[in-house]
Design a protein around this ligand. Structure first.
Ligand SMILES: [Zn+2]
Length: 662
């Protein structure tokens, strides 16, 4: 057989490359259809599904085309350089691509065995492993992932130690497939040729064994990374501690000066009736960041800490390739309480001002503009002591301030301060509320700085912004001051505003009750992840946001911060509060019977219907029991998700000064 000169054979590449890209495109279209068929959930509406499908198709096509094109062209080029023809080259490329399904089978079988052998908690494992109950689906989805050349290239850089052997093995498989093909074809025509030298065979075997060991030992890393292939939007979740909804302009407060949050609501979605599952920081954030009811989570007292076994939103986001960062400003959200789980970047400084947090947030975002990130910001300014800037303070309280109160604030003794506000005179409370509103105004301005940065960098349209709070604050609305004590609406109604132009309507106001537990599934839904994969309590609110209405479901808010466990059941219209006793010392005690309120007629909870409507109370009691039984059934005993630890002297001092312990 005479071989044509090399330059003529290289010319064959000219038609191979476009053909391979066209082939890759075809694979991409098939991939998109398969994905829709596997995951096509029309319950979110045709529009969202359409957007997702178009996005998936485009990605799959581009990835498919580029990677297949690259693989085929590469193998063909090598084959031609070594004097082979293009038809065998194409067969070798097919062999190259066959490597990945084989590899996936190994990954699947090994992880299945690992789960069995080590009885791993599957809810903490990467999605890839968790979902591997269906080998067919697993293979299909992850074979498609392996076509993502960008991801493969990144892996190659990061994990050169095992990616190079993997590609080498794939190439070898390609050569073998081609060789087998040639032999089979040759056997039909003429007697077989002499096989390759034993030395080459030994070398090949050695490389394969080394490669296999390296790959298997790095399987978990691959499993986690392979799920990170789709470009998703960034997420910034902002929790403004102790922010009751009715102090914001967008929630109907005419005197509020919160232009930034009002504008965010005007450009996004505002949930009119958002309720926290607790009235204090630890369980409130617990529900928000784990999607588990605080009672089931076991976050009752300040000594309770989130267990490493609890699954956090940050962990899920990280698993899906988001760079995760948190900037928090209160001890209850620090590492010692387990809230750093899933965050690669974690910044905690006690009581750091919103201005510092925004500076740090910008510094975090700046180098990650080409990356998807999940950033959790916790601002503590609106928590007691309310200390707005001097200018704001003068604007919000131009009156005389009783010297005794000022001194009391300076001592930092929360318990005495709260007692003083409760006992009066009345302008103490007015002063507190004014300073609180002033703090909200200052925080609003800082948020403006952050949002302005996002707009400036063109990040605003690919970043989901969610603003909410862990609980409200009482200003003697029911005779008490602060939070964590009761579960009246001033202590549990929080703002919930979301903005993401691609999926959420602009200027929409959603009626119907939603809860903190809904945040986890909603954020997953907004980023295109499937919340049903996880054992979460809330609902994905995306569909409701588009519809402008949520069908309320009964929810439980609870607190044990001082004294017994207290529950509120809220079904969107009616509310039941369990009876409680509080002893503040210094002769101040509070005793409340069971209370029932009709929130639609009496939003400020002034007329207790329990004594006059015993039947209504009975029905609500039943509903509360059912809802708590559902919680129990869903998550079981709380012991698994928290652990208690004695507080250090320093922690005790800090918590005492803020009234969390007495
Ligand atoms: Zn709080």
């Amino acid at each position: 057989v005479t071989k044509p000169p090399l330059k003529y054979r290289l010319k064959e590449l000219v038609w191979i490359a476009p053909l391979a890209i066209a082939g890759g495109f075809a694979v991409g279209v098939v991939a998109a259809v398969v994905r829709l068929w596997l995951r096509g959930d029309l319950s979110h509406g045709l529009w969202r599904t359409g957007v997702e499908l178009a996005n998936t198709t485009l990605n799959a096509c581009v990835y498919g085309a580029v990677s297949l094109g690259l693989f085929v062209a590469l193998v063909a080029a090598l084959q031609i350089l070594f004097g082979r023809r293009t038809a065998p080259a194409l067969r070798a490329a097919i062999g190259f691509n066959l490597f990945f399904p084989l590899f996936m089978v190994i990954v699947w079988v090994a992880t299945e065995r690992a789960i069995e052998a080590f009885s791993l908690a599957t809810h903490k494992l990467p999605e890839l492993i968790r979902q591997n109950d269906n080998l067919g689906r697993f293979l299909l989805e992850n074979y498609l992932a392996s076509l993502d050349v960008v991801q493969v290239a990144k892996l190659l850089l990061v994990k050169a130690g095992w990616m190079i052997p993997a590609i080498l093995m794939a190439a070898l498989l390609g050569v073998w497939v081609e060789r087998i093909w040639t032999r089979l074809a040759a056997r039909r025509r003429r007697p077989p040729q002499a096989s390759s030298s034993p030395r080459v065979a030994r070398a090949v075997t050695a490389v394969v064994i080394i490669g296999a060991v390296l790959i298997v030992s790095n399987m978990a890393a691959l499993a986690a990374r392979l799920t990170n292939r789709e470009p998703r939007p960034n997420v910034i979740l902002i929790s403004l501690d102790t922010l009751r909804a009715d102090r914001l302009g967008c929630y109907g407060n005419e005197h509020a000066r919160t232009p930034v949050l009002d504008k965010l609501a005007a450009n996004g979605v505002l949930f009119e009736d958002a309720v926290s599952n607790s009235s204090w920081t630890l369980p409130g954030h617990g529900a928000m960041l784990t999607g588990v009811q605080p009672g089931a989570l076991g976050l009752f007292k300040v000594t309770d800490r989130l267990s490493p076994r609890a699954l956090t939103l940050a962990e899920v986001m990280r698993e899906h390739g988001f760079d995760t960062g948190a900037i928090v400003s209160y001890i209850l959200l620090d590492k010692v309480y387990g809230f750093d789980q899933g965050f690669e970047h974690f910044d905690y400084v006690d009581n750091q001002p919103a201005s510092d947090i925004v500076d740090k947030a910008i510094a975090y975002i700046a180098p990650r503009q080409q990356q998807k990130f999940f950033l959790f910001l916790h601002m503590y300014d609106t928590h007691w002591p309310y200390e707005p800037s001097e200018e704001t303070a003068r604007e919000f309280w131009p009156h005389y301030l009783h010297r005794g109160l000022r001194q009391l604030i300076d001592t930092g003794d929360y318990a005495r301060f709260a007692l003083q506000v409760v006992r009066g005179p009345e302008d103490f409370n007015d002063y507190c509320r004014a300073m609180y509103d002033g703090e909200i105004h200052d925080v609003d301005a800082q948020l403006g700085r952050l949002f302005h940065y996002l707009i400036e960098r063109g990040l605003d349209n690919r970043t989901i912004v969610v603003v909410t709070s862990d609980h409200g604050e009482e200003f003697l609305d029911h005779g008490l001051f602060g939070h964590g004590l009761t579960l009246y609406d001033e202590a549990i109604r929080v703002p919930l505003i979301m903005r993401f132009p691609h999926l959420l309507p602009s200027g929409a106001r959603v009626t119907g009750q939603v809860q903190s537990l809904d945040l986890f599934p909603t954020i997953l839904g907004l980023t295109g992840l499937d919340p049903t994969t996880y054992n979460l309590g809330g609902r994905d609110l995306l569909f409701s946001a588009a519809a402008g209405q949520v069908e309320p479901v009964p929810m439980i808010s609870e607190t044990t911060m001082s004294g017994d466990q207290r529950y509120a059941l809220r079904d969107g219209r009616l509310k039941l509060l369990t009876p409680f006793n509080l002893d503040f010392g210094h002769g101040l005690t509070v005793e409340r019977d069971e209370e029932v309120f009709d929130l639609s007629a009496d939003p400020h909870e002034t007329a207790n219907l329990a004594p006059t409507h015993p039947k209504m109370a009975e029905v609500l009691r039943q509903k509360m029991a059912e809802t708590l039984a559902e919680v129990q059934q869903r998550w079981g005993q709380s012991a698994g998700l928290t652990h208690s630890k004695e507080l250090s002297a320093e922690e005790i001092e800090r918590l005492r000064s803020l009234g969390y312990i007495q």
